[in-house]
Design a protein around this ligand. Structure first.
Ligand code: ACO
Length: 430
């Protein structure tokens, strides 16, 4: 195969085949294979998309080797330190940081949508008490679309702004209803005057019989967590959102698919499993080595939850920031969480172990986020729901980009490995 500046050439079936190269703004180069099948009859095979860019995108940049994550060019470290969640949501969805005036207008719009259709409560009532909050969230998000069936015109900036504000305002209410329903608490309504994270906290924890005291430390920590989760380019749930949306399915239907993709333990569901794993290690006498051995044993399905990442092969910048917050939040709250000690010991033991080092397996975003959620009083079952709440702007932004770029319907090819044609055998002869 010869590599030229703007294309590569190779010989196949006696023909010289040229495929164009495309280079992104951060110098990532891809081979465009769109014409490959027509010219050669070949398809590419990349199970799990380990080596395939499914789209071009101008939203989020990750350099997994250097541990870089940027939204629209701004580093995650700066955004987590200096911006608020709604500002970051605006940045992701509309491409630029809002001016003070733009943010004010967006917040005013968001405040108009701090009520949800009461009909959704009937659906909430229908779930069994054992339902997992993520299953409920996925179903309720899809149902929400039915309460608001107007198709969204992506060329209409005003409509886009309204839809984004409406979804960002409604999702915290939906998530709090799920939590409160499961706890048997009366359902709460939004406080439109509060900032995003403060509203989320009051939606979840305010009860009618007591004065609700807002804790600025907790609210700030939640705001940071939401920012750190806000987008992560073409991960499993975002890809699900884009794939579903590519059939021109609506935004909420696509987001519902994203929620379903997020709930799996190899993706967002890991944050719940991390804390459960740390609790199990503690209950088992805190024997870190035993669990490292289990994770290394190929015959044992156990994996160190919160470790490893498809893209980050050095460190996950979000994990680094969250680890700092975890220390901070617990110290400010005066909480002495034994789970944090286990987490730290596990991290240093894994980082000194050749199995993990040689495979470039480091703590990911989920490793420390659960410790903060615990300190905020959020039950383990709700952790992935909190992740979904944070990821919402990313899903909206990626769906919009896909639609504005007029991407064709996602329909991959396959390499068939089943039977070739067979003769049908009647039932009485089988
Ligand atoms: N514990 C033990 N071994 C691991 C782990 C782990 N957490 N992660 C990867 N490995 C090993 C694999 O067994 C494999 O070993 P081998 O080469 O000897 O066969 C090697 O490292 C590569 O692993 P893959 O699964 O091929 O890597 P992939 O990129 O497909 O998976 C994933 C990434 C799914 C995140 C994986 O690391 C994992 O399962 N982690 C635990 C679950 C988790 O924390 N998920 C959250 C991810 S972050 C997010 O989605 C927000």
């Amino acid at each position: 195969m010869n590599e030229m500046r703007d294309h590569i050439e190779f010989e196949y079936g006696g023909e010289n085949i040229a495929l164009p190269l495309t280079t992104g703004t951060e110098d990532e180069t891809a081979i465009e294979i769109g014409t490959l099948r027509n010219t050669t009859g070949l398809v590419t095979l990349d199970i799990g998309y380990k080596n395939t860019a499914s789209t071009t995108s101008a939203i989020t940049f990750i350099d997994g080797d250097k541990g870089i994550l940027r939204y629209r060019g701004y580093s995650i470290e700066t955004l987590a330190e200096k911006a608020r969640f709604l500002e970051v949501a605006y940045l992701l969805i509309f491409g630029e940081l809002p001016t003070a005036d733009q943010l004010l207008k967006f917040e005013q719009l968001y405040r108009q949508y701090t009520l949800l259709d009461e009909g959704l409560k009937k659906l909430l009532d229908a779930f069994p008490s054992a339902a997992h909050p993520m299953d409920m969230l996925s179903a309720l998000t899809a149902a929400w679309a039915a309460f608001d069936p107007q198709p969204l015109d992506v060329a209409d900036a005003e409509q886009l702004c309204r839809s984004a504000a409406k979804i960002l305002a409604g999702f915290p209410i939906l998530t709090s209803w799920i939590y409160r329903k499961k706890c048997g608490l009366p359902l709460n309504y939004a406080d439109a005057e509060l900032h995003y994270a403060a509203n989320v906290m009051q939606l979840m924890f305010r009860v009618p019989t007591a004065r609700y005291e807002r804790d600025p430390v907790l609210t700030a920590a939640l705001d940071k967590l939401l920012i750190l989760h806000a987008d992560h380019e073409q991960n499993c749930s975002t890809t699900a959102v884009r794939v579903v949306g590519s059939s021109r399915a609506g935004l909420l239907a696509s987001i519902s698919a994203g929620v379903s993709a997020l709930l799996g333990p190899l993706h967002g569901g890991a944050n719940q499993f991390v804390v459960e794993m740390l609790q199990a290690i503690k209950a088992d006498g805190g024997d870190i080595e035993k669990y490292l051995d289990k994770a290394k044993d190929k015959a044992d399905p156990f994996r160190l939850m919160g470790f490893g990442h498809r893209v980050y092969k050095n460190f996950d910048p979000r994990a680094k920031i969250i680890k700092g917050y975890a220390d901070d939040v617990l110290e400010k709250l005066g909480v002495d969480d034994p789970i944090l000690d286990i987490a730290k010991k596990l991290e240093s033991a894994a980082l000194a172990d050749d199995y993990f080092v040689s495979r470039k397996i480091f703590p990911n975003v989920d490793f420390y986020s659960g410790i903060i959620y615990r300190a905020l009083g959020i039950p383990v079952e709700m952790f992935t729901v909190m992740f979904a709440l944070g990821r919402l702007p990313g899903w909206i932004a990626q769906w919009l980009e896909m639609r504005k770029d007029e991407q064709p319907v996602s329909r991959p090819r396959q390499v068939y490995t089943g039977h070739t044609q067979r003769d049908f055998v009647p039932l009485d002869q089988r």
